[in-house]
Design a protein around this ligand. Structure first.
Ligand SMILES: [Zn+2]
Length: 490
């Protein structure tokens, strides 16, 4: 009989500056599956679980699915939600008495139950299975890796790309290392080295320096007995002591010193190159000026509202850029998305083709006031599709119930669930052909690049207010190590 491997997924990237709490409802609205329902949902997808399942089938494992919970990044995860997911996972482990445990985690979860949410999950699993059963997890490139996470895992495997187009590959890597461990070919341990860096999101994209060459160095340090070296940029919007940049190796115990040395070298290189993480952004005024003059024949001008990205925990209801575009009379634009459940309700009540006046967006955080608009309702939808682009391909995502509102020649997708728009299906599923727009506005920091760069004639990173602002001086940190660049660097 094959080996028994418990798999689970409990993921959240927590923005501790958010006023929104993240409970079971928020997970249910994003992605929440239990037990046998998990396999058909994730098989064949470019996700952590998709990768685990592929290797499991190839290796003839008896895979025991337990919990798959992911919520759009936002405020602190309730104790009730984390307790529920951990109990479901531990219940599955208890019942299966597995040979191994594979988890898809994020690495930047902050919960009421425990500020180091991922360290807590791994510690509970370790307590449950003991030292003899290997436990490995995949982590997002934006993980804030704690010592407690490393101490309670036999392997931590990070995505090597941002946009994260290799989540499924990372799941496969972890599962292959697990297979090597189960066959006795690997005696894995985790090493962590840190750099005093807290980079904002846009500068961590892996097509650009310095991440590009730091990741190349990490790949060079890998071998059969050092199956993974990951470069974690950290998540600057979780105000926790473990926030920051780290380089993590999974190594056979016999090569621990070598692997640690390789990780330390990469971390030191990152620290030495800290000023390469600085970057200039396009102001709202510059963006509007360019959009006003943009020649549609060129193809779409893409304005990324990088700070109001729900994928990093922002409210997705910031109005500053939209208001400025409407003020300037920019037409032929499509916006994804503004989170405003009340406006969606009003549009549903009014019906397709009706006109209505709404106070749109600006209700949640300090990211622009609600804007008074007269709109016509072009389309109502369940706001749900499966990704077709390179990132999380095949994964079902939902904006909740949606309305497409046309406001003075601008089509705005208004949603009732916060979701990052990074796949062109967001437009296509709402009757909008992105290639034919003059201007595209996306509430996304980096992920949109994977599928929208081939469509867009030009991309601008626009800095409007939001909880993913690249200007970290706008946040009041209490718990992070203030000596990290760029916070207090001389
Ligand atoms: Zn990430």
């Amino acid at each position: 009989m094959g080996q028994t491997v418990v798999v689970g997924r409990i993921k959240h990237e927590t923005n501790t500056f958010s006023s929104l709490s993240t409970g079971r409802e928020e997970f249910a609205a994003t992605s929440l599956y239990r037990g046998e329902a998990i396999v058909p949902e994730f098989r064949g997808t470019n996700t952590d679980l998709g990768g685990f399942l592929r290797v499991g089938e190839e290796r003839g494992w008896e895979v025991v699915p337990t919990i798959a919970a992911n919520a759009t990044p936002g405020g602190i995860v309730t104790a009730e939600a984390l307790d529920d997911f951990v109990e479901t996972l531990l219940g599955g482990i208890d019942e299966a008495d597995p040979d191994a445990v594979l988890l898809g985690l994020h690495g930047a979860m902050v919960s009421e139950r425990d500020r180091d949410g991922d360290g807590y999950i791994l510690e509970r699993v370790r307590e449950s299975v003991g030292e003899g059963v290997p436990v490995m997890a995949t982590l997002d490139l934006h993980a804030n890796v704690s010592d407690r996470m490393a101490e309670n895992a036999d392997g931590l495997f990070g995505y090597d790309t941002y946009p994260h187009v290799d989540i499924g590959d990372t799941g496969e890597e972890a599962a292959q290392a697990m297979a090597a461990t189960l066959s006795g070919g690997l005696d894995p341990t985790v090493v962590v080295e840190r750099a005093p860096l807290l980079p904002p999101l846009p500068v961590l994209q892996t097509a650009d320096e310095p991440m590009r060459s730091l990741l190349a160095a990490a790949a060079d340090a890998e071998s059969a007995r050092v199956p993974d070296v990951s470069v974690f940029g950290g998540f600057a919007y979780a105000d926790v002591p473990e926030a920051g940049f780290s380089v993590v190796g999974v190594t056979d115990g016999s090569l621990e010193d070598d692997a640690r040395g390789a990780c330390a070298d990469i971390a030191a290189d990152a620290a030495a190159r800290r000023r390469e993480f600085d970057r200039a952004y396009t102001s709202v005024g510059e963006a509007v000026e360019e959009a006003t003059a943009w020649d549609a024949a060129e193809g779409p001008l893409l304005l990324a509202d990088v700070a109001d990205n729900p994928g990093g925990g922002s409210a997705e209801d910031g109005t500053v850029l939209l208001d400025a575009l409407l003020d300037a009379g920019v037409e032929g634009a499509a916006v994804a998305a503004i989170y405003d459940p009340a406006a969606v309700d009003a549009a549903v009540d009014a019906g397709v083709g009706a006109s209505l006046s709404v106070e749109l967006g600006g209700h949640i955080e300090d990211n622009g006031d609600p804007i008074s608009v007269d709109a016509s309702v072009r389309l109502l939808s369940d706001g749900t599709y499966r990704n077709q682009g390179p990132m999380s391909t095949g994964l079902r995502v939902s904006f909740g119930r949606t309305a497409v509102l046309e406001i003075d020649g601008v089509d705005v997708i208004v949603g009732s669930h916060r979701q990052q728009p990074y796949d062109p299906e967001v437009f296509r599923s709402h009757g909008i052909t992105p290639e034919r727009q003059r201007v595209l506005v996306l509430k996304s920091t980096v992920h949109y690049r994977a599928a929208f760069e081939p469509i867009a004639a030009a991309v601008r990173e626009v800095s409007a207010p939001g909880l993913c602002s690249p200007d970290l001086s706008s946040f009041e940190y209490e718990h992070v190590d203030r000596s990290m660049y760029p916070l207090d660097d001389a």
